[in-house]
Design a protein around this ligand. Sequence first.
Ligand code: ATR
Length: 258
Amino acid sequence: MLAGVLGFPVAHSRSPQMHNAAFEALGLDWRYVRLPVPPELFEETVRALPGSDYGGANVTIPHKRAALALADERSDAAAAIGAANTLTFAGGSIRAENTDAGGLLDALGDSPSGKRALVLGAGGAGRAAAYALRDAGGDVAVWNRTPARARELAADLGVAAAENSDPAGFDLLVNTTSVGLDGRGGLDDLGLAGTAAPETVVDLVYGASETPVCAWAREGGARVVDGVEVLVRQGALSFRIWTGVEPPLDVMRAAARR
Ligand code: ATR
């Protein structure tokens, strides 16, 4: 069987090395490839996959909303979030799920139930994080550079919109903005310079070196969950959906960090 990651661009993705290491470790006859597909060809390409050797695909920038829209079936989480990162092709139909939400909770380890969580960013990743934390019993507020987007997310998902990004009074902070990606932006852009880090900080961004948010959290003595761990956990959930087999987490983690 085949699986792949649909995105544009997709050259930077660590998913192929991670999934292929897992398939190999378990002796599964699967292969995972990069599928660079421009937006204008996305729907046509995906509709061809249920009739092919593809069993599933991950979906990344900029296709997560389109993936949900074209699916024949949607999980409750994907529908509520408004985006899908995992497609499964079976019996000629397309099923859409969102493992970014469950992956964040798995990466977090401790339950966010009863915890005050501040989500920075109101894009697709911010929606998945806010949904996951609220669904797991967290008390969630969302801050965004463009406040109208935070208010819209808050109203859609039944969470609060934060006036500012100061994490004082929160137990947990999750950065879902693109600040830190490819060395772009820093703590000033998020209003975090000079603030104290909360007990736990998750940064969905990862790169060749430590991100500004992870550095700030580490220096502030927080427990830090980095973007690679979240990538591994969402990938592990997708792997289980497609193969029905328990994912080898350590193998996937080692491959993703290579
Ligand atoms: P995704 O779907 O991956 O979350 P997105 O929809 O492009 O991607 O969202 C990117 C997020 O990063 C948004 O919350 C964006 O804020 P705006 O809504 O104000 O654009 C945030 N973001 C990007 N660059 C930023 C910067 N320099 N400072 C603060 N926030 C930034």
